[in-house]
Ligand binder design. Sequence first.
Ligand code: GLY
Length: 352
Amino acid sequence: MKQQIIRCTNIEKDLAQFISDLSYDGLFLLTDENTHKLCLPLIESVPEIRTAKQIIIPAGDENKNIRSLSMVWEFLSQNGANRKSLLINLGGGMLTDLGGFAAATFKRGIRFINIPTTLLGAVDAAVGGKTGINFKGLKNEIGAFAPALAVLIDSNFFKTLDATNLLSGYAEMLKHALLNSEQELNEILRFDLENPDYQKLNSLLFESVLVKERIVTKDPTEQGIRKALNLGHTFGHAFESFSYEIKRPVPHGYAVAWGTVCELYLSLVKLGFDKDDWMKVARFVKAHYGVFAFDCTHYQRLYELMQHDKKNETTTINFSLLKKIGEIEINQTANQQEIDETLDFFREYFGL
Ligand code: GLY
């Protein structure tokens, strides 16, 4: 599984160049209502894009479903797509996941290119070959591992992102830095998120994507080391689901940021992760992501949500933790008491 990751300096030129080097029979462009309006103009001058057959699906994670997927299959089928056709996915994580899965399954697989238009999409969803849709209320229940031919990354798309969406993606960059090196972590913590320098962001993002790519190359189908990418996500998914239950939804990346603070605390307790390193990450998260309010009456529900996470088959919960920055220990476990203690510590630090 190898996908080319292209760090764009000029998306129109880079895309035109990449496509002109390929041979294909039929070019298709998938957007959602938002990316059609806001992002397509950035690549529209590419001659191939102007003549590509365009499929537009409804935006939003609630539309990452079999209906939208079926729309894509139908369009491809009715417009003469064949095994040699090429699909370009222009959008955030929802779009690249769904488009990738449509491509992976249409006539048993056609090639596709991802152009992520959100930071979260660029740093996570678009890279690494996980494709799929939600099904019967379960996220990413149906899917396939299928790498894009290439992922073209250009931070110019992120200039229109609001601060919340920028921060949401940035949490995954924080995670990748923790998995990689102290130097990368310090750069991530130093970056001025209030006045982003998009060129600098592009290079930080590219470094970050390469961390993921290196891990995925070693373990494309998540049998082992790819589980490292779940750092922060066991607590994070529980916070995210819980926030929906109590009708105070939080963005994915925010939940991951808080989850990372919790899982680094578990790393500290169980594997001796450095306290100062924990502190500098916790301080950063508190300053930028604020607090997620809950009290001890919610612990049981948070624990149950962690148990329901597909990675856990027993009463202990599985985690990917860190011995130190860049030193990953997968298949770690914690029991309910340790999880409660972590939640206590989290609440104390965040002043809840
Ligand atoms: N989002 C984690 C992974 O791609 O494995």
